[in-house]
Design a protein around this ligand. Sequence first.
Ligand SMILES: NC(=O)c1ccc[n+]([C@@H]2O[C@H](COP(=O)([O-])OP(=O)(O)OC[C@H]3O[C@@H](n4cnc5c(N)ncnc54)[C@H](OP(=O)(O)O)[C@@H]3O)[C@@H](O)[C@H]2O)c1
Length: 325
Amino acid sequence: MTSLQVENVQLNTGAKMPLLGLGTWLSEKGKVGEAVQEALKIGYRHIDCAHIYGNEDEIGEALAASFTGDVAKRCDVFVTSKLWSTDFAPGDVEPACRLTLKNLQLNYVDLYLLHWPVRCRHGCPPPGQLADDDIIGYSPELIAETWKEMEKLQAAGLVKAIGVSNFTIQQLTALLETADTVPAVNQVESHPHFQQNALKEFCSSKGIVFEAYSPLGAPSRPPRAKKEGSAVLLEDEVLTSLSEKYGCSPAQVSLAWAYSKKIVTIPKTVTPARLKQNLESVTVKLDDEDIKKIDGIDKDIRLLYGGWAHKKGQTAHDFWGGSGV
Ligand SMILES: NC(=O)c1ccc[n+]([C@@H]2O[C@H](COP(=O)([O-])OP(=O)(O)OC[C@H]3O[C@@H](n4cnc5c(N)ncnc54)[C@H](OP(=O)(O)O)[C@@H]3O)[C@@H](O)[C@H]2O)c1
């Protein structure tokens, strides 16, 4: 297993980012540390984290143990974290980054993302418990102000690259008008049922790496309630029939499809057998006609529509600029 090679994509900083990593959202404390250690042991070299996931301290212990135990070298592991919306005001950005570094027991992260294009009141509770006036919202000026602070983190060496997450074409366009540094990455929902091809092409035209979250269609979360046409990705008959053809799982077909297109994916699991299975997806080589079949199952429906981040009276359509809602 350790000889299994995952290809890299090159960021606009020149750094290399492995095309497959481990996601950690909803990876419970008590399990996430073991999952990260096992992942590094079997060959993962990319871990996706975020302050809001509430588990960076346990991930930090796992990283420290892996680096001192010779499982992996720090310089060979690509670690991402994300600045949460409550820390977007200029005076809050560096302290939040330093807290993440302390929790992760690192001197730097390889990539630091603005988690959502939305500012919230400093110190307010997490999504699900927000009051209407906790959400300050999106504006190009607010994002430009936070982005300047992100550029300072990069200049100070606390983070090697900076990027964004959940940004639309319109929001990226506005950011590019004022940014000195082009975001290295835009991490967004993408999988065969929600491919986001227009956004992918836009990112590629600007040298921004398109990174796919929920690449398995987040099977533990229900498909968009009451949304007509919404379905469980891993039960899609195109994926299940291809899984029989290639002798692998539907999850591996989905990951292999993204890998064939050089899309970065970060499937989450805390289950050892699935860690191995997901990593081994890079050995599944789909024929061109099967890749096209999967291209054809796009439903253009978001699973994660970020209802918490919508300002009072704002619809999902307004928030996402009409994409995937
Ligand atoms: N930037 C953002 O706003 C944002 C939003 C969402 C996600 N993310 C990142 O992207 C990562 C992945 O997205 P996600 O967690 O939403 O969804 P996902 O990776 O598509 O799906 C994760 C779910 O799939 C299960 N699973 C994993 N491997 C499997 C396999 N081989 N077969 C069947 N089921 C499998 C996992 O269960 P077990 O763990 O029980 O095995 C878990 O319930 C997150 O963890 C996070 O790091 C970022």
